[in-house]
Every structure is written in C-alpha cells, then in structure tokens.
Design a protein around this ligand. Sequence first.
Ligand code: SF4
Length: 233
Amino acid sequence: MPRRPPASAPPEAATSAAPFVPPHPTLTTLREAAARCRGCHLWERATQTVFGEGGRGADLVFVGEQPGDREDLEGHPFVGPAGRLLESAIAEAGLDRRRVYLTNAVKHFKWEPRGKRRIHQKPDAAEVSACHPWLEAELAVIQPLAVVCLGATAAQALLGRGFKVTQHRGEVVPASFAPLVMGTVHPSSILRSTDDEARRTERARFVEDLRALKRALEGAVGGTRQGASAPPG
Ligand code: SF4
C-alpha cells in the first residue's frame, strides 16, 4: 500500500535532494541514503525509493524518467513492460548488458488515482530538479563512457531544457558527465504506438539508435569495452 504522509508533514517540504546526498559516496551509500530522501513531496505517495541498478564496472548508463507502478512496488528500475522492451533492444543492438546501469531522473513514482489504478503523472521541472543531485551523484561515482537519455524528461534533466528529442534523437554528443551522450525515446512511448506496425517501426528505430551508440563506443578512445567481449564473471 502506498504510504500516506504523516499528518505533521510540513507543507513547505524541502525542494532538493542535496542535503540527503552523503559525502564521498559509493553506489551503496547513495542507495541507502536515497531510501530516506525527503527532498521533495514525491516520497509521500510512493511505496519506496527506486534507485539505479547495474553491473559492477558498468560504463553505459540508461536514464529514464521515473519508476512506474511495477517498479514502485518491486523497488527496482525498468522491471515493467518498458523495461522488458529496453532489455531486448539492448541485446539486439549488441550492447553488453553486464556493463549497463539503469536509473531514472526521478526516484519516486508520481501518480494519480483513476479508479483502482495508479496512473503515471509526468514529474514537473521542480521535481526533476529536486531529484537531480541523486542522478548527478550516480554519474559522478560511475563515470560512464556513455549515457543514454530515454525520453524528454531525462534528456532535459541532463542536457538542458533546449534539448528536443524530436530534433536531436540519436545524435551522440560529449558532455561534462560522460564523453558520449545520446538522447532517444523512452521505451514506454514505443509501447504506446497506435498499432503493431507502428510499434515495430519505432522499436527498430530505437534499436538503430542503440547500434549507433555502440559504434560510437567502439570508435571512442578507451571506449571499446562495450564493443568488446565482457570479461568472465
Ligand atoms: S523524488 Fe527524488 S528528491 Fe523527491 S523525495 Fe524522491 S528521491 Fe527525494
């Protein structure tokens, strides 16, 4: 059951996760601290914080918008239908899943009730900004070779509000937090395609974006780890 805010919760809650981010963090200490984050009001109606997850030594980070209903209940990112599509596209593009870290721009599920269902609500700019210290800290610890922004919320959180996925989709650009950064669609938008043919077409475009990233990784100095075979284990 989603938690209700305590009656004494101040209406003017903090507007940034920054005070909750520990100094000199590791992914483990970040995850533990994020579980207690009250940096904005979104924790109040969510089940739990859904922090990023990935393989040891991950060097390719996928950033989505926020956890969905399933992720909120299970506590893991990308475990719903959009996550399954992402997993299959990563495999089809030839990227090594063991080197992938999955996270979101916002770590709590924002939703509104519709009957018995919890319907996804897009986080607003203030909520994305409040949660940004977690994403910033994850990227600082991981120091990825490449970051894929899935959808407008993630792209604008990392590349600025001027970044339009419709205009710059599939382009690989450098940024302060990673040498290779790409914006593309969120897999949930592919699932919302109007019919099967549109869904197939959009999925193929998405896989092609990931293939372009793989080529960029292979071409980057020191960035061939994604293209090469993963070490055993
Ligand atoms: S959405 Fe982000 S900033 Fe807001 S409470 Fe959750 S973890 Fe903290």
